[in-house]
Ligand binder design. Structure first.
Ligand code: ADP
Ligand code: MG
Length: 254
């Protein structure tokens, strides 16, 4: 068995009395591509944000690679050792959001180099070389010096993907990476993500692009009201779901 890269155990989270995640278990092994689908408000983003602990669960265990955090109650205060573990855990993850969040005052290349250079403290020449390679990989070899404002949404999102890759993550998390894009720009971003999946990268992808999700994933999870209502091979979840509610959801998305 390949090692488990990302593992969540019994994750629970409430916002002001509303329980948004009601005990979620999930495991991604090296090379797994997990598609997470579900209606708006079902808890997909909250779940994804719990992995890098951008959202702190009220309860449960998060592990990424060899970094593991266990939370026993809401309002948990991290000890110094746990804060170090959180940093190590985050350092193994690349996150791509719906909004690209590029730094507007930096060129594409500077955006991609920033974390490796100034946070990870790697040598400048190496960071530059790798940033160029990552931009080339996402089809932007001619845009190193472009400002974000001069790039299309699809190009900006590809810079964001290159930036996530340059951090050398063990796993990539995507939260609706194409839903802020004009329809004609969706394809170029999905193609890049698909190529990464084919390289065997571990990825968790929240998306409403059903055909893409079915084709790219090897495991799919349907969330409803903060619970895993259905999960399994994508052929099952997208084409022949056991749960009536999942059946209705994927039927509506087609
Ligand atoms: P999805 O990504 O599936 O649309 P979310 O995880 O964003 O769902 O949200 C799930 C529920 O949690 C929604 O009802 C949302 O309003 C609520 N929620 C999410 N984040 C917060 C927050 N920071 N404060 C209060 N409520 C939140
Ligand atoms: Mg969301």
């Amino acid at each position: 068995m390949t090692p488990i890269t990302v593992k969540l155990t019994d994750i629970r989270k409430s916002f002001g009395g509303q329980e948004v995640l009601r005990g979620i278990d999930l495991a991604a092994r090296d090379g797994d591509v997990i598609a997470i689908i579900g209606a708006s408000g079902s808890g997909k983003s909250t779940l994804l944000r719990c992995i890098p602990l951008l959202e702190i669960p009220d309860q449960g265990e998060v592990s990424v690679g060899d970094a593991q955090i266990r939370i026993r109650d809401a309002g948990h205060r991290f000890s110094r050792a746990e804060r170090q573990t959180v940093r190590r855990l985050r350092g193994q993850l690349g996150f791509v959001f719906q909004s690209f969040n590029l730094w507007p005052h930096m060129t594409a290349l500077q955006n991609v180099m920033e974390v490796p250079l100034h946070v990870q403290g790697r040598p400048r020449a190496e960071c530059r070389e790798e940033a160029e390679a990552m931009l080339a990989k996402v089809g932007l070899a001619d845009k190193f010096d472009a400002w974000p404002a001069h790039l299309s949404g699809g190009q900006q999102q590809r810079v964001a993907i290159a930036r996530a890759l340059a951090m050398r993550p063990r796993a990539l998390l995507f939260d609706e990476p194409t839903s802020a894009l004009d329809p004609e720009l969706v394809g170029e971003v999905l193609r890049v993500i698909r190529a990464l999946a084919e390289e065997g990268r571990t990825m968790l992808i929240v998306t409403h692009e059903m055909t893409f999700a079915r084709e790219v994933s090897n495991h799919a999870i349907y969330l409803q009201d903060g619970r895993v209502e259905e999960q399994g091979p994508p052929e099952q979840v997208f084409l022949d779901p056991q749960s009536e509610r999942c059946r209705r959801f994927v039927g509506m998305q087609r």
